[in-house]
Design a protein around this ligand. Structure first.
Ligand code: F6P
Length: 546
């Protein structure tokens, strides 16, 4: 008998709301957004929500009042309320790893108490935050000196996955608030080019390496960290230099000290923080150095505000719940395979990449929490690029291709860099895209413009293509925290409906194990025992390398 926690819900497809949604979706197949808007002048107001400074207009979705009602029933029947309470209580909802899932504790105020196996983790979180703040202040002010007595001016974060994507995204998103005389680089790929290019113009005497790894065993990160060590030693010439040029962010003190980093220079976190949910833990040290402790805490306050909204708001006015349900709607009843993330803000250029790990490593699962194979679709493919660049690249397919691609548009009413008409043009494009997708352009409209007959079908836009519009006043650290938490809980909602464990990631293991087997084979001439394709590839590589 397994000692993993047990959870055995009624299969999704047997829930009455799921069956009702199936029939309902069929009845909406031929209904166009044009009709839905024409029939209800109050539609935009009816299908909009606002909370914590974030406005969501979801009226341009292929839904009616009945759809929302049925989706809310699905949430109830799926036990979403109990799942949310279980997470915030610290229950071991990461069933396959038998762990709590408590990234919400990372942004809980000092006065809050959250017990994990009897220990108040909020106290531990704030102790680490205080240590990070003190260190960040010293680096920012120049008080933290390198081995030769020079202040640190370059910060290189070495990490991968959650130990990289969050820090890079947040650094880019909040660059406006960053201390500009500090240089930030991020090394993630085990491809030596990443490390070489990130360090080629840096002086080791002024460089601080942040080795970010929850486990401190990840091959890519440890390979890069060892190269960084050699690079620093080659310039500084003394083992003692490591102490002032390397810090670690990890849960694994033993491995950190084995690497040669003094655990006094380690910023810890805990196994109840998933890698892709860790950017607001110690993993955010580079972010804190860039924007300062005060801004970092404002970002945490933003996260917390959205956590509280998710925990307490009724589902019908709950932003992450509504977004999660809409993704389920298209994924399970319209055959949509993807969600496009389209931020109309250059600072959010890495937001889609960040969301790829958050969403797909979380919900790319096909076995339910009861251990059964699903008989329905789960995790959508998330992808995207900032507008307006995407418009001149892949939007063609969204407008006129054969696939239904729900889009999340994001924008801000105020620019951080006002410049002539730029912002009005940007936002005009943002609104125009959502409008064009929803309403399209009929063949009659195209004909009325005197278009040659044979071109009419090419110039016609079918429309009826769904999107969410997410607006906030201005990109601030607080709003960024809210946006990230919005997606974290959106992912949670989807995973709860799909009855999967959104917090494990067994799917990344096999490739890692096979790579470890192949590494020595690439170096030697040993006999190969793979399939014929892999054997031939290894042999070709050996030949060409030689
Ligand atoms: O890709 C698998 C994974 O475990 C991610 O979940 C994680 O964010 C990443 O590797 C890095 O792990 P670590 O922080 O332990 O180096």
């Amino acid at each position: 008998m397994s000692n993993l926690p047990q959870f055995d819900p009624t299969p999704l497809t047997e829930l009455p709301a799921f069956e009702a949604l199936d029939d309902h979706a069929a009845s909406l197949e031929d209904v166009h957004l044009r009709e839905l808007f024409a029939d209800d002048p109050g539609r935009a107001a009816r299908f909009s929500l606002e909370a914590e400074g974030i406005f969501l207009d979801y009226s341009k979705n292929r839904i009616t009042g009945e759809t929302v009602e049925l989706l809310l029933n699905l949430a109830e029947e799926s036990g979403l309320r109990e799942r949310i309470d279980a997470m915030f209580r610290g229950d071991h909802i990461n069933l396959t790893e038998n762990r709590s899932v408590l990234h919400v504790a990372l942004r809980a105020p000092k006065t809050q108490e959250l017990l994990v196996d009897g220990v108040n983790v909020v106290e531990q979180v704030h102790a680490v935050l205080d240590k990070m703040s003190e260190f960040s202040d010293r680096v920012r002010s120049g008080a933290w000196k390198g081995f030769t007595g020079k202040p640190v001016r370059n910060i290189v974060n070495i990490g991968i996955g959650g130990s990289d994507l969050g820090p890079v995204m947040a650094y880019e998103a909040l660059k406006f608030y960053s201390q500009r005389d500090l240089t930030f680089r991020f090394v993630s790929n085990v491809d030596g080019t990443d490390f070489a290019e990130a360090t080629r113009d840096l002086d080791a005497a002024e460089t601080l390496f942040i080795v970010a790894s929850k486990t401190f065993t990840t091959l890519e990160t440890m390979t890069n960290a060892h190269s960084a060590r050699q690079w620093a030693l080659a310039q500084l010439g003394d083992e003692k230099a490591i102490a002032s040029h390397f810090v670690a962010l990890s849960t694994n003190a033993a491995e950190v000290s084995k690497f040669g980093i003094d655990t006094a220079n380690m910023f810890g976190f805990w196994d109840w923080v998933g890698g892709r949910y860790s950017m607001d833990s110690a993993i955010g040290l580079s972010t804190m150095i860039a924007i300062g402790p005060e801004n970092f805490r404002a970002m945490l306050a933003g996260f917390h505000a959205m956590d509280e909204h998710f925990r307490t708001a009724p589902f019908e006015s709950n932003l992450p719940v509504m977004m999660g349900l809409l993704t389920v709607w298209y994924n399970n009843f319209f055959g949509s395979q993807t969600v496009a993330i389209l931020p109309y803000d250059q600072y959010l250029k890495r937001f889609p990449a960040y969301l790829q790990q958050l969403t797909m490593e979380s919900n790319g699962k096909s076995i339910t929490v009861s251990g059964e194979e699903v008989d329905y679709e789960t995790g959508a493919i998330y992808w995207g690029e900032p507008g307006t660049n995407g418009q001149h690249s892949f939007y063609q397919l969204i407008h006129q291709g054969t696939k239904l691609i729900p889009c999340d548009f994001l924008g801000f009413s105020r620019s951080l860099n006002p410049q002539g008409d730029h912002h009005d043009i940007l936002i005009a494009n943002l609104f125009a895209q959502a409008e064009a997708l929803a309403f399209g352009k009929t063949s009659e409209e195209v004909e009325a413009q005197g278009t040659a007959e044979e071109l009419v079908p090419h110039k016609t836009f079918e429309g009826n293509r769904p999107s969410n519009m997410i607006l906030a006043e201005k990109l601030t650290p607080e709003i960024l925290g809210k946006l990230i938490a919005l997606y974290e809980h959106n992912v949670f909602t989807q995973g709860a409906i799909w009855q999967i464990d959104s917090f494990d990631q067994w799917g990344v293991e096999l490739g890692k194990v096979l790579a470890m087997r192949i590494v020595p084979e690439l170096k030697g001439a040993s006999e190969l025992h793979h399939d014929s394709s892999t054997n031939a590839l290894i042999e070709r590589y050996r030949r060409q390398k030689a």
